[in-house]
Design a protein around this ligand. Structure first.
Ligand SMILES: *Cc1c(COP(=O)(O)O)cnc(C)c1O
Length: 378
């Protein structure tokens, strides 16, 4: 049996008519840039996230960069984020000229450690950029308290957290001054290409980001500031409006799949299932990431692959150990939890349409692989 890591072609097949109609409508009216579907999706996405505004932009990376630019963060400033994230989080900071300051995660939740954040604050710190990693909210109440105490902006990297909530019901996207979402095709709400959005209820910041995404212009050929060309495509907005109608159901299906994985793996030795934090309401499970305690992760992945099971590692190298960030001069051993996680984590197949048979196949094979005695790392 084959179990792909995700299955976007199947999603298209199941909803082909809705997608085709939405896309054809845009092709007919031909307002490809900032057309009516962008305005419609922005309104729906803001409502969904419980914010006053959403601004559609070119990608999740741009969403984060434009928020930081909108907050006037630049050269000489520092922004604190976590080492175990996709590189875009750090790059969005670097693009502004500010320095990303990387801190460690909690090994239990893999989320940014608020104590490490507080310890990293300097006179240059301007913002904290927590990542709602794998679809689980960071410890936002603790982080808000720290941000307020030090007069810092709190910006969410919500690229993996569509529809996630805190235990009190507040949605990711509404938990800081602004949030950056990604609609990269593989995300829980994914377009048919690149796309992103900023959500915020701060009117002044939203106005600045609307300017920045469109060459600093409101009135055509009149430019208030030097901006960017970074708008959400009308075609993508049309697709996203269709997908948004299904997002809560798809999130529930992901959560049900994770519950099934849990029931089949809870007594399996040598693996740690993902922890749900006390502050988490809805974990959106963008990814189902387990940790292997005894076995060589890469060998396990290869053995599962031989059984037709596709797995991925999110992410194999923490940012401070990436060649691209050698400039930070942060040595191996400096962020032990992020480093330990990078060596031992494995993301299992998870998508709304995954079947019970597929989940059982993954669990059976995984149990079998882990029942063999651990081999030396290869
Ligand atoms: C996907 C992702 C991004 C970047 O989003 P793009 O739309 O690909 O630019 C940023 N941060 C995290 C945590 C992500 O997973």
């Amino acid at each position: 049996m084959n179990v792909p890591f995700a299955n976007l072609p199947l999603n298209y097949t199941l909803h082909r008519q809705e997608y085709d109609e939405a896309v054809q409508k845009v092709m007919s009216h031909a307002q490809f840039i900032l057309g009516p579907e962008v305005t419609s999706f922005e309104g729906n996405w803001a409502r969904f996230c419980n914010t006053s505004h959403a601004v559609g932009v070119g990608s999740g990376t741009d969403a984060l960069q434009l928020i930081l630019r909108g907050l006037d963060i630049g050269p000489g400033d520092e922004v604190i984020t976590v080492a175990n994230t996709f590189i875009a989080t750090a790059e969005a900071i670097s693009y502004t000229g500010a320095k990303p300051v990387l801190v460690d995660c909690d090994l239990n939740t893999h989320l940014i450690d608020p104590q490490a954040v507080e310890a990293a604050i300097t006179l240059r710190t301007k913002a904290i950029l927590p990542v709602h990693l794998y679809g689980q909210p960071a410890d936002m109440d603790t982080l808000s308290t720290i941000a307020e105490r030090h007069g810092l902006a709190l910006v969410e990297d919500a690229a993996q957290a569509h529809a996630a909530t805190l235990a009190d019901g507040r949605r990711c996207g509404s938990l800081g001054i602004a949030a950056g979402f990604s609609f990269y095709p593989g995300k829980n709400l994914g377009a048919f290409g690149d796309g992103g959005a900023v959500t915020s209820s701060n009117e002044a910041l939203v106005a600045r980001i609307r300017l920045l995404r469109n060459w600093g212009s409101v009135v055509k050929y009149h430019h208030e500031v030097q901006g960017y060309n970074s708008r959400l495509d009308t075609l993508q907005a049309a697709v996203l409006d269709v997908k948004l109608r299904h997002l809560e159901r798809w999130t529930n299906l992901r959560r049900a799949a994770v519950a099934s994985y849990r029931s089949q793996l809870h007594d399996c030795p040598a693996l740690v299932l993902p922890a749900e934090a006390s502050w988490t309401g809805v974990h959106a499970y963008h990814l189902l990431v387990i940790r292997l305690t005894d076995h060589d992760r890469d060998l396990v992945a290869r053995q599962l692959g031989a059984q037709g099971i596709q797995t991925v590692v999110h992410y194999p190298v923490p940012i401070h150990l990436q060649k691209a960030y050698a400039e930070l001069g942060q040595p191996r051993g400096s962020l032990p939890n992020a480093e330990k996680a990078a060596e031992s984590i494995l993301s299992l197949p998870l998508f709304p349409e995954i079947t019970e048979e597929q989940i059982t196949h993954v669990c059976t094979q995984l149990r079998q692989v882990l029942s063999r005695s651990p081999q030396a790392r290869t």
